[in-house]
Design a protein around this ligand. Structure first.
Ligand code: 5GP
Ligand code: ZN
Length: 118
């Protein structure tokens, strides 16, 4: 397991291969895999390999990682063939956003018109 892993975290278990996932990208700092309950034809999650938690708890030194996550989001959207039709990248934070898991993750959603709602 990489540094800053939480043994009780579902996404840390996915990183470690203890929970299976449909991986679409992995490199030295992030991985991306299909959401188990997709909200759109393409619904990919991009996560850091390390257990980084909430946006407000990130540090200045995490900026490179967070920027990389966004770029990987664009790359997996391209691989999924939705680059031209469009896609949304979002981060849910806290109760009002419906956040379920505290391991930082980007949602990459597309493959249908998404409308203006969250
Ligand atoms: P949140 O609501 O925290 O932003 O998003 C968590 C996402 O993780 C949800 O969309 C949920 O469907 C997804 N998820 C939860 N457990 C698993 C799992 O075991 N495997 C995968 N692939 N996705 C999961
Ligand atoms: Zn974690």
């Amino acid at each position: 397991m990489p540094l800053n892993s939480d043994p009780n975290c579902i996404f840390c278990k996915i990183v470690a291969g203890q929970i299976p996932s449909t991986q679409v990208h992995r490199d030295e700092s992030v991985m991306a895999f299909n959401d188990i309950r997709p909200l759109a034809p393409t619904h990919i999650l991009v996560i850091p390999l390390e257990h980084v938690t909430f946006v407000n708890q990130t540090r200045a030194e995490d900026e490179k990682l967070i920027g990389h996550m966004v770029r990987v989001g664009g790359s997996v959207a391209q691989k999924a063939g939705i680059e031209k039709s469009g896609y949304r990248i979002s981060i849910n934070q806290g109760r009002d956003a419906g956040q379920e898991l505290d391991h930082l993750h980007l949602h990459v959603l597309g493959g249908r018109p998404l409308g203006r709602s969250a």
